[in-house]
Design a protein around this ligand. Sequence first.
Ligand SMILES: Cc1cc2nc3c(=O)[nH]c(=O)nc-3n(C[C@H](O)[C@H](O)[C@H](O)COP(=O)(O)OP(=O)(O)OC[C@H]3O[C@@H](n4cnc5c(N)ncnc54)[C@H](O)[C@@H]3O)c2cc1C
Length: 419
Amino acid sequence: MNAPSARPARVLVTGASIAGPALAWGLDRAGFDVTLLERSDRQREAGQNIDVRGLGREVVRRMGLEDEVMARLTGEQGTRFVQESGRPYAEFPRVEGQDGPTAEVEILRGVLAGMLMDRVPEGVEVRYGDLVTAAEQDPAGVDVRFDGGAQGRYDLVLVAEGRSSRTRRLLFDEWTTYRDRGVSITYGTIERRDGDTDYWDWFTGTGGRVASIRPDDQGTLRASLSFASDPIGFESLPVESQLSILRERFAGAGWQSERILAGFEARPEEFYAQRMNQVVVSRWSTGRVALVGDAAWGSGPTGMGTTLALVGAHVLTGELARDVRSAGDSPTAAFDRYERLLRRYADSAQGLPPGGARALHPSSRLGVRAVQAVHRVSALPALQGLAQRHLLTSARHEPVLPDYPFAQAAEPGSTHRRR
Ligand SMILES: Cc1cc2nc3c(=O)[nH]c(=O)nc-3n(C[C@H](O)[C@H](O)[C@H](O)COP(=O)(O)OP(=O)(O)OC[C@H]3O[C@@H](n4cnc5c(N)ncnc54)[C@H](O)[C@@H]3O)c2cc1C
């Protein structure tokens, strides 16, 4: 006769972007009973170019997704820092087998998230349009209340809700510190025109203003405008107000700023703003709840967020599968191993040096020249490898990824359509 604890552990995964579906895929294969919850009422397709670097590529391979991912790259040929005239003064070409500012794998976030969702097995219950409003745990489980009115009891809750995670605020507030980096970033899609290239072009203007455009695989360009500022709540304003502030702020900024602004205004539905801040959580688990992905270590676009989310989901699944076999088993040892394996890697890869983001947004002409000098020196062929190792920290403190049985023999290709 089966004891009640012989049933598979019930796991609630919150957030269905990158870390969430990667968790759901692995946990289901490892025999857990998984529910995947997403706050939006459908899969979110927004997002710009993201990088899959180093170990992230290995996880994609283990998930049987590598060919699919490689077939949907954005086609970005490299990164160029340009002067006001558009002439490049420092260039980092994309190199096979290496991850520079343009990684070998550049893909649109929505495309990768879609592929990961397609891999979520049928056995996983996927729920859109709801979120956790209360969670209370005892040694045997977590009682969860949902915004839609439902309640449930789970053996584990894994929080993959991104940087501004609400469930983290409910349960990890005392261990969480927010570091504001003094910069707001806006993103949007603009029309391609004759003369556009397949490079990521980056312009540093005066007045703490930076503009960039890069290719996608959909015949358009992805653009961003960022500016140094105190945290004034810009990100929570209506899009219309954000666009009008941006227009004032970028008046006379030079290069393609005017074109980008006009492009944003033409496609407001694809425009969004983000504050560059870092979330530092001094522990990633409490009792039966753990954080993963940007919810645990998010710091905005450092080029490592997606890689870390994939690796984090993979390691968390693998460690849980080692010793949480059924409902009554404690996850503490698995959570500890997960954090031990990844803490230094995540801290070093996702941490921005103090003042780092602001330093990239100088205010004076002299400051712009200083930033350009750093770009030029970093782009010298003899120094490119060094700059990449120390500025793009994909290899620093990289753990050895254990060979987890749950990931063996993953067949390539989509499991089925979820959207
Ligand atoms: C719409 C969108 C656009 C993005 N664009 C870019 C980009 O252009 N460049 C870049 O470098 N990075 C971007 N990112 C961030 C990037 O995806 C992450 O840095 C990285 O991939 C880590 O992924 P994650 O799964 O940990 O978190 P995220 O990708 O942030 O995903 C978190 C998910 O959780 C959901 N969620 C949030 N709160 C709750 C809740 N309370 N309950 C349930 N679900 C919740 C969100 O809707 C989202 O789907 C974007 C993320 C999103 C969601």
